[in-house]
Write a protein that binds this ligand. Structure first.
Ligand code: RAT
Ligand code: ZN
Length: 423
């Protein structure tokens, strides 16, 4: 059968599954790092097991106190998580099942009583080559990093020339600048930018110059910030001024979008550190105001609250300069991905970016993208089935075009990347 012949309803799910498997995706938001950025990049079994999603679950199943856990070495922490969540209890949650799937696909035994075999396997890997193997298993061609340019651990790595590995794209993460400017003004000042903690004087034009210099250095595909559920624009605050006079102008100078990840409630339980963040419903009038007041800026948007998702689709229908992306963090579970993606497809057709992995540890891309494909296959097949029942033919070429658009092309186009031949 040719790529142009109509697909029968019975064959739909197989065709969609095949096309999803054969299309290399772009992972549009991760916390992975190119190998040139050194030890910032996390990988291996101890990192996989001490992922903060699993740390949150550890404290539900084990009476161990957080302080005692933080006092352990990384391997001791991984051992206690393995024993608690995988040996003594069934690994049924999404985060646990993810470790099982990644181990299995790497040829490791997820039924093992200890981590000895897994540790030996990871010790034997050569990182640049191993990244290729992991990306292939995940079905991705490249990943966007989260580059916190005021992080004292990261910024110096860039002065050595920065990464050249084409499998990684940079994204400038501006949380410190937009959310805690006064606390970080001295770091900017130390780099030769004349800013004041109050944001007065030449601060705004200097922040714009600072961002412009980083754009030259890192060639980011977007700038990004995570914002709490109480975020609003405009207010009479420093963040409003920074958006208006420094950050959005810098995005326009560079011709790149601003990514807004809204709805996190940081540190509701500081005792469990990274695992201690929660989510809250945001007031999306802030997004409406930004999209309308800055028609020459483009906004990538992901929201943490399930309750905000429908409204986000409504706004995407009003503002073409806004691109919804991903089912972020607590939403990256099959039941919610299914619901949110169906809603987006019904309201926006294929004009959104369904998912990003948010991987913090390299091997997580294996399970996160496997799960996305597994949820997407019946969902997309059902969308085409309804179309066929309503009288329109669907061909394999149509499916290939739509999958490539959803998982590559929409992003490439929105950030202004040259569409590359999928590697
Ligand atoms: O998903 C996560 O790992 C979170 O801790 C955050 O990193 C979040 O994705 C973010 O980018 O702020
Ligand atoms: Zn993230």
């Amino acid at each position: 059968m040719s790529n142009h012949s109509p697909i029968s309803k019975d064959a739909l799910e197989n065709v969609v599954t095949e096309v999803l498997a054969a299309t290399p995706f772009i992972d549009v938001h991760t916390h992975l790092f190119a190998p040139e950025l050194g030890s910032l990049g996390l990988w291996g079994i101890d990192e996989l097991l001490t992922y903060h999603y699993l740390e949150a679950e550890l404290f539900r199943f084990n009476p161990l106190q957080p302080e005692a856990y933080w006092a352990m070495t990384k391997s001791q922490q991984a051992d206690v998580i393995w024993k608690t969540l995988f040996v003594e209890n069934p690994p049924l949650s999404e985060a646990c099942r993810g470790v099982v799937a990644s181990m299995h696909l790497l040829g490791l035994d997820p039924n093992a009583a200890t981590l000895a075999q897994a540790r030996e396997f990871f010790r034997a890997q050569n990182l640049p080559e191993y990244i290729g193997k992991v990306f292939k298993l995940a079905g991705i061609s490249s990943a966007v990093m989260t580059n916190d340019i005021l992080d004292p651990a990261e910024a110096p790595q860039w002065s050595k020339g920065g990464p050249r590995d084409p499998r990684f794209h940079a994204a400038l993460r501006l949380d410190r600048i937009l959310n805690q400017f006064s606390a970080h003004a001295t770091a900017l000042d130390a780099q030769g930018y004349k800013v004041e903690a109050s944001g007065g004087g030449k601060s705004m034009s200097e922040v714009r110059r600072f961002l412009g210099d980083w754009v030259k250095r890192a060639q980011p595909v977007y700038m990004a910030v995570s914002l709490d559920d109480t975020f609003f624009y405009p207010l009479g605050d420093l963040r409003t001024k920074l958006f208006r006079e420094a950050v959005l102008p810098a995005c326009r100078d560079a011709g790149i979008p601003m990514s807004l990840m809204i709805g996190v409630r940081r540190q509701v339980n500081p005792a469990i550190r990274l695992a201690g963040d929660a989510s809250g419903v945001a007031d999306l009038r802030a997004l409406e105001n930004l999209c309308r007041d800055f028609p020459e800026n483009r906004f990538l948007v992901s929201l943490l609250s399930r309750e905000n998702q429908h409204e986000l689709c409504v706004y995407a229908r009003k503002f073409a300069n806004m691109m919804p992306f991903g089912c972020w963090w607590f939403l990256n579970n099959p039941s919610l991905v299914e619901e949110i993606t169906r809603e987006r497809m019904e309201m926006l057709g294929p004009s959104f970016i369904p998912q990003h992995s948010d991987a913090r540890i390299l091997e997580q891309v294996i399970y996160k993208w496997r799960n996305t494909r597994r949820t997407m296959a019946p969902l997309l097949a059902n969308t085409y089935r309804l179309l066929i029942e309503d009288g329109r033919n669907v061909t394999r070429q149509d499916v290939e075009r739509d999958v490539a658009r959803l998982f590559r092309g929409n992003f490439e186009q929105f950030v202004g990347m040259k569409a590359s031949a999928a590697r």
